[in-house]
Design a protein around this ligand. Structure first.
Ligand SMILES: C[C@H](O)[C@H](O)[C@H]1CNC2=NC(N)=NC(=O)C2=N1
Length: 102
């Protein structure tokens, strides 16, 4: 699959099943809650490492006990396989962090 092909919600429904991500107009979005501010920052810090490795970066909203990610491929103005891959990694990182803190 070309990483410049714009995907529809029907295309991403299967790959995103089980994650917190939803496919809205032109972007994937998910919000994760964490126990406090520092843990939200730690999740974002882990995502930053993956984003740099993938050379694909989320827009982020950070608050006390929450971090929200909006993913789109700015070069093509929509959702591509690069966003789906980043969404899957972000979800894994959120689960790993939660596991550490239980
Ligand atoms: C030069 C570099 O590869 C590009 O600017 C990358 C960086 N990260 C990016 N992230 C996202 N979300 N969309 C892009 O189009 C994008 N482009």
């Amino acid at each position: 699959m070309s990483d410049r092909r714009i995907l529809s919600p029907a295309d991403t429904e299967g790959p995103l099943a089980g994650t917190a991500f939803t496919h809205g107009p032109g972007a994937l979005r998910a919000e994760y809650t964490t126990p406090d501010f520092a843990s939200a920052v730690r999740l974002l810090d882990a995502v930053a490492v993956v984003a740099d490795a993938q050379d694909h970066h989320p827009d982020v909203e950070l608050g006390w006990g929450r971090v929200a990610f909006t993913l789109s491929s700015h070069d093509v103005g929509g959702v591509t396989s690069r966003d789906v891959e980043l969404a899957q990694r972000i979800h894994e990182l959120a689960l790993e962090q939660r596991g550490d803190e239980l």
